[in-house]
Design a protein around this ligand. Structure first.
Ligand code: TRP
Ligand code: SF4
Length: 354
């Protein structure tokens, strides 16, 4: 059976943390077994909010790609590429702009949210309003059928589907009267695939986030991970070692549920009976995290020592992506009666006269 095609992307904002891993990257790694995967570094999307200071952009792209490869994104099976090197994304976004009613963008809850949350940046721009139009182009240019994303991205996916439907309806050939669907659609209507992972608390108990400074990065050395676990907030009511604890209110235990899966019951019981102290409980967690992270760190270091190889992976992925993107654009240009060479303009006149 043909594998369904996936496209997903991340804005390069720097090193990835455990929350990013569980929320997205782990899913991507697993999906390589069942889908044809395209993974994109969305550098243009990063610029929609960071256009005033792009100084970190390249360094961030490097960190992200190393984190991906370290975590197990396999360039032999997946197409890993850089958005801004496939210029067709920009061309498709421009064309989609013709089809996208302003209200779809203005009503987008993510947009309204971000304008308020990132009030320190001037985001009342054409580019930022058009963020979901560019994202629709990212997805539809590969005719992707499935898009693994977090819940925050659902409004963008919905706009993507609406754009696909509208372009298909207008240019996807005759409409079948019973189904009311175009007979020759250009784009599939991609489905969101929500990551099953629960939100991971940060070291202070709030949501793990780079901007809160409460994260554990995938690339942190083992001793830094161990030190981080020592800082984690536990059951605040457990003051003395002899006090019984309540694992359900403890971030350390939330981690055990995700990373020490074979010993959760035992740890919960030992916590409740004060059979284990928080210091030892945290040591167990450091062990679980480090045994998961060790192979990732090792793979990352391998790639880090061979920058030429990473560049080749990106170059090959980008070339592959470009071929697919160009094939889609050829179809769309034709449907929109655009020319592929100046001579086509004159050929049309000659045909009309004949
Ligand atoms: N908007 C996504 C985010 O912030 C990144 C992204 C850009 C993306 N283009 C995409 C995700 C296409 C999925 C598909 O996380
Ligand atoms: Fe949390 Fe473990 Fe301490 Fe219980 S023993 S409160 S689960 S750190």
């Amino acid at each position: 059976m043909r594998r369904k095609r996936i496209l997903s992307g991340m804005r390069p904002t720097g090193r990835l943390h455990l929350g990013n891993y569980l929320g997205a990257l782990k899913n991507w790694v697993d999906l390589q077994n069942s889908h044809e995967c395209f993974f994109m570094i969305a550098d243009w999307h990063a610029l929609t909010s960071d256009y005033a200071d792009p100084s970190q952009l390249r360094a961030n792209m490097r960190e992200v790609v190393l984190d991906w490869l370290g975590a197990g994104i396999d360039p032999a099976r997946s197409t890993v590429f850089i958005q801004s090197l496939v210029k067709e994304h920009a061309e498709l976004a421009l064309l989609f702009g013709m089809f996208t009613p302003l209200a779809w963008c203005e009503r987008n809850p993510s947009y309204k949210d971000q304008i308020v949350q990132l009030a320190n940046k001037e985001l009342e721009t054409y580019g930022f309003l058009g963020y979901p139009v560019l994202q629709a182009a990212d997805i539809l240019i590969y005719r992707a059928e499935v898009v693994p994303v977090g819940e925050d991205q659902l409004p963008h996916l919905e706009i993507t589907r609406e754009i696909a439907r509208r372009v298909n309806y207008m240019h996807g050939g005759p409409i079948e009267p019973v189904t009311n669907a175009p007979l020759n659609p250009i784009f599939p209507e991609p489905e969101a695939l929500l990551s099953p992972a629960p939100k991971l608390p940060g070291l202070d108990g709030r949501k793990m986030s780079k901007s809160y400074g409460n994260a554990i990065n995938l690339s942190d050395p083992a001793d830094a991970v161990t030190a981080a676990t020592r800082q984690m907030v536990t059951d605040p009511a457990r003051v003395r070692r002899s006090d019984p604890g309540n694992p359900e209110v403890c971030s350390v235990f939330a981690y055990h549920k995700l990373f020490t899966t074979d010993r959760v019951e035992e740890i919960a019981a030992d916590c409740r009976s004060a059979g284990i102290g928080c210091t030892d409980c945290k040591k167990i967690l450091a062990g679980s995290l480090n045994s998961m992270l060790d192979p990732m760190r090792e793979r990352r270091a391998q790639y880090e020592s061979k920058p030429g190889e990473v560049a080749e992976i990106l170059e090959a992925g980008t070339a592959r992506a470009r071929t697919e993107a160009q094939a889609t654009m050829a179809v769309l240009r034709e449907r929109l009666n655009l020319v592929s060479a100046a001579a086509d303009t004159m050929a049309a006149a000659a045909a009309a006269q004949a």
